[in-house]
Write a protein that binds this ligand. Structure first.
Ligand SMILES: [Zn+2]
Length: 63
């Protein structure tokens, strides 16, 4: 069983302002919404818990 979650990008939508942006599936630092600066993801040493709505998962090899 492979763990490919780290190689994915996630398209997310901010719950607060509705801004959409693409973040990496495993972030090293907290990611803020570009529009309202709400924290939408933060690192835990493994996969990234996303605190907002994930619209789609983008495979980096397909991007
Ligand atoms: Zn926002």
């Amino acid at each position: 069983m492979t763990n490919n979650t780290r190689s994915h990008f996630l398209r997310v939508k901010c719950n607060d302002c509705g801004n959409e942006q693409v973040i990496f599936g495993s972030v090293a630092t907290k990611v803020k919404c570009l529009a309202c600066e709400k924290i939408i993801a933060e690192p835990t040493g493994g996969k990234t818990p996303v605190k907002t709505q994930i619209i789609s998962v983008l495979d980096k090899d397909a991007a």
